[in-house]
Ligand binder design. Structure first.
Ligand SMILES: N[C@@H](CCC(=O)N[C@@H](CS)C(=O)NCC(=O)O)C(=O)O
Length: 330
């Protein structure tokens, strides 16, 4: 059956991939029809705009295996230290669910956090790509956001909560999820890092188009939705990102992204991972939200102009190939 693309549908797309988690912003740019941004609610000027994000996208966009990374002074090859560090990822022995299904938007950062966790712990999962307009794939649930994870029929929601619950099952003998340091940096990802990403990926019209090309190519859109979403969404999010910038007191979005990357490298204090020789939940969270942008212009710039590249490459290696199954469930 053909889906009709409506103005409210486009708003839903913007909400689905827009910025800032649960933050609400008022969209008042005179040239932008507010309905085009605000989805289901025609009467409100408040849009719940989450930023664009995606973890599973990594499967499609992030080249796997050690590769060339860009350094500050130009292109350089991955350092020997970086290639040698990644250890075999742990395989959960006492936790081996038979049927794990992730309901997601491919470019959603929160979904990508969950995917990074599942990939690292080698818990195979199926993907159901949710249409951000109709959301018909999650009609069965009371929870109206993604990610939703179904583990042998049990529903889990909210990325951090999902990860905590899975972690506790994997480490049943020692189910302490976070120490202070891990808690602090996981909070930093949700409360700071994700807010910096949106203004960056929609910074210029060409970057907004690049981002929407990625989103609409990898998301669950009909042909017509894809074309309309790409151009309308890019235009909308270009303006919205300026609002997000203001809301989060960002004056220079690239500087803020570089600063976040450097802050993270400083937090490592010379360790390969925040977790030491192996990634911990904070490493996985940072990696998860950065993975969808890594090969967009903002991500390329970030790796070129900061010291984050070596850690990122180690993470790629540690997380390994995606363990999502090929077939998409419907
Ligand atoms: N705190 C939640 C936030 C989840 C969230 O905001 N997801 C967005 C997509 S990135 C969403 O589903 N928004 C509702 C919508 O698309 O209508 C989490 O960590 O999972």
């Amino acid at each position: 059956m053909r889906r009709r693309v409506t103005v409210s549908g486009l708003a839903a797309i913007s909400r689905a991939i827009g910025g800032g988690g649960t933050s609400a912003i008022s969209v008042t740019h005179p040239r932008l029809p507010q309905r085009a941004l605000c989805g289901a609610s025609y009467s409100t000027t408040n849009c719940n705009l989450q930023w664009l994000s995606s973890p599973g996208l990594a499967d499609c966009l992030v080249p796997s295996g050690p590769s060339v990374v860009n350094g500050v002074a130009g292109t350089r090859f991955l350092s020997a230290a970086a290639t040698s560090a990644a250890k075999e990822a742990p395989r959960p022995e006492k936790f081996s669910p038979k049927d794990v299904v992730l309901y997601q938007y491919e470019a959603c950062p929160f979904c990508n956090k969950v995917k990074a966790f599942l990939d690292y712990y080698k818990i195979p999962y199926d993907i159901v790509e949710v249409n951000p307009i109709s959301k018909k794939e999650i009609k069965w649930s009371d929870y109206k956001k993604v990610p939703i994870l179904k583990v042998d029929g049990e529903q889990m929601v909210d990325s951090s909560d999902i990860i905590d619950r899975l972690f506790q099952r994997i480490h049943a003998d020692n189910p302490v999820v976070d120490g202070d340091e891990v808690r602090k940096w996981r909070g930093w990802v949700d409360n700071h890092l994700v807010h910096v990403l949106s203004p960056n990926i929609y910074r210029t019209t060409s970057e907004a188009l690049e981002s929407f090309d990625y989103i609409t190519t990898h998301g669950n859109f009909s042909f017509t939705e894809r074309i309309i979403a790409k151009y309308t969404g890019a235009a909308a999010m270009y303006f919205v990102s300026k609002k997000l910038k203001k809301k989060h007191n960002i004056t220079n979005e690239r500087a803020a992204l570089y600063e976040a990357a450097e802050t993270w490298v400083d937090a490592l204090k010379g360790r390969q991972f925040l977790g030491g020789l192996n990634p911990n939940l904070a490493d996985l969270a940072v990696f998860g939200v950065l993975r969808p942008i890594r090969h967009l212009k903002s991500g390329r710039d970030m790796v070129e102009h900061t010291r984050i590249g070596d850690w990122y490459t180690l993470m790629e290696s540690a997380v390994g190939k995606s363990v999502r199954t090929k077939a998409e469930k419907s």
